[in-house]
Design a protein around this ligand. Structure first.
Ligand SMILES: [Zn+2]
Length: 275
């Protein structure tokens, strides 16, 4: 695998997570998706990037990276900056993502889908002050792109009519890699609806590079102390059997995103006053 300096132009991106990890992406998940080139590794100021796939869909060129770019030997904060350095240089304007998450709300069950609209960052070791561009004040008034959420919710309801799809929710982001204790879950229940280890710093790195960000989250287990003890075979079954569905939702939503700026994401990025 060779390392490239120049990043090809792309306007859209999918940051794949644990929800779609077991699927070959884009593979045959969408009849019109066509891979241009795979295994693309790029130099970044934070080290060589994870491998990307460049593909075309619906007249748009897009980049895909697996599992948020996380891999052994690279901190998650550093991996995220590698990913967003590449997306920034490609000119990406719209990003979709996915992940498997735990439930903090006793009304949510494994298999439910949540398109979140807000988050609480409880991470502790992700280069919290690290950005890619760094010359803007990043306003988190509407942190998740409304147009991206609409596309994800619409495609999820069309492709998974038997599933419960929630159009809003708050994602509590923990550091991981371990899961949370019952006492931690009780504490975090006051903050949000689902719990997981992605979404930050991605959501604000997207705003840093002037891109929209939205994600869809598959409940794979209950938080400890919520409803009942979760079972590993159920989690594994969802991980494998729903990966194709998650991939199809992401690709259909990517194709359904509007061409113009009919959201307010770029208005929520102002020049810094700090020099
Ligand atoms: Zn937007």
């Amino acid at each position: 695998m060779s390392v490239a300096v120049a990043v090809p132009a792309a306007t859209r991106a999918v940051i794949g997570g644990s929800g779609s990890l077991a699927a070959d992406f884009p593979g045959d998940l969408h009849p019109e998706a066509r891979v241009v080139e795979g295994d693309l590794v790029f130099e970044t100021p934070w080290g060589d990037s994870p491998p990307f796939t460049l593909f075309e869909l619906g007249g748009h060129v897009a980049l895909h990276v697996r599992m948020h770019g996380w891999r052994a030997g690279v901190s998650r904060g550093r991996a995220s900056r590698q990913v967003f350095s590449v997306l920034h240089r490609a000119g990406v304007r719209r990003i979709l993502s996915d992940a498997g998450v735990g439930s903090l709300d006793h009304l949510l069950d494994p298999g439910d889908l949540v398109v979140v609209d807000d988050f609480v960052d409880q991470t502790t070791d992700r280069d919290r002050y690290g950005v890619v561009v760094g010359d803007h004040l990043l306003i988190m008034r509407d942190p998740v792109c409304a147009a991206g959420r609409e596309a994800l919710v619409g495609c999820a309801r069309r492709l998974a009519p038997a599933r419960r799809v929630f159009a809003r929710g708050t994602y509590v982001v923990t550091e991981g890699p371990r899961f949370e204790s019952p006492a931690e879950v009780r504490h975090l229940q006051s903050m949000g609806d689902v719990i997981g280890q992605s979404f930050c710093p991605e959501v604000w790195l997207a705003r840093d590079i002037g891109a929209c960000y939205a994600g869809i989250y598959l409940i794979v287990n209950y938080g400890e102390g919520v409803v009942q003890e979760w079972e590993h075979d159920v989690l594994a079954q969802i991980f494998h059997e729903d990966a194709g569905l998650m991939g199809r939702i992401l690709l259909n939503a990517l194709a359904a995103l509007p061409d113009d700026d009919d959201c307010r994401c770029r208005e929520l990025r102002k020049p810094t006053l700090l020099g």
